[in-house]
Design a protein around this ligand. Structure first.
Ligand code: HEC
Ligand code: HEC
Ligand code: HEC
Ligand code: HEC
Length: 113
């Protein structure tokens, strides 16, 4: 599906472009070369995930509704290391509050399928 836009995570080949040689003495950075050398992808830890019964599409929110990433994810761009937990919790209340403000659907089956 050509128009399916997904927020994905960068592959290790993106990282190795800058991290082929050490730029810090961080053991976290050393891991990148380990994964790349072993032909493995980085085993990213998921922080944001909706339960299986909830439907969510980035395309509708980012492309169509023009909602900023920070509205739902907090100011990830200002971080210099991975947060241990989401900066903003995904909660039905927050989804509904914005849907009410913006006149988006609030009937149960629009999100629960
Ligand atoms: C455009 C270049 C560039 C790319 C691409 C890049 N990095 Fe970095 N990274 C840097 C630089 C420069 C530093 C050192 C920053 C500093 O010391 O302030 C760094 C530091 C780091 C560190 C050490 C931070 C710490 O203090 O522990 C880690 C871990 C890291 N990068 C992981 C990644 C990962 C994972 C990717 C791919 C998803 C990636 N980097 C992609 C340039 C890059
Ligand atoms: C309207 C709220 C909303 C907006 C705006 C939004 N996201 Fe998300 N994002 C979510 C939700 C909800 C999930 C969990 C989706 C799932 O479980 O399928 C998620 C998941 C993700 C993930 C997977 C995270 C993980 O922990 O594995 C990434 C990466 C991501 N979003 C990046 C972005 C980027 C980049 C933008 C801006 C271009 C953005 N998102 C805008 C709500 C949002
Ligand atoms: C900051 C505002 C905002 C937040 C937060 C938000 N949404 Fe939305 N959402 C919208 C808007 C605006 C639309 C309508 C986009 C369009 O016109 O297609 C929409 C559309 C949708 C649709 C499509 C509905 C349909 O049937 O047409 C679904 C499903 C949805 N959102 C789920 C979610 C979920 C789940 C969350 C919480 C994790 C969430 N949204 C959080 C603004 C938001
Ligand atoms: C705009 C999207 C959206 C709409 C509309 C919506 N929900 Fe949800 N709902 C969510 C999300 C996201 C979650 C998971 C996060 C959470 O538990 O807060 C959720 C979770 C739930 C849960 C599980 C709570 C739990 O504790 O596990 C129930 C039950 C639920 N919704 C019922 C409803 C009912 C009934 C309606 C209609 C009156 C409704 N939802 C409308 C997004 C929505």
């Amino acid at each position: 599906m050509a128009d399916r836009i997904r927020a994905t995570l960068p592959g290790v080949e993106v990282c190795i472009g800058c991290h082929e040689e050490a730029v810090t003495d961080s053991p976290e950075e050393e891991k990148i070369r380990g994964y790349d050398g072993g032909g493995e992808e980085i085993p990213w830890q998921r922080l944001y995930r909706v339960p299986r019964h909830v439907f969510f599409s980035h395309r509708r929110h980012v492309h169509v509704a023009r909602v900023e990433c920070t509205t739902c994810h907090g100011d990830m761009g200002s971080l210099t290391r991975p947060p241990p937990r989401p900066l903003k919790k995904i909660a039905m209340k927050a989804c509904l509050a914005c849907h009410r403000d913006r006149g988006a659907p609030i009937d149960c089956v629009s999100c629960h399928r």
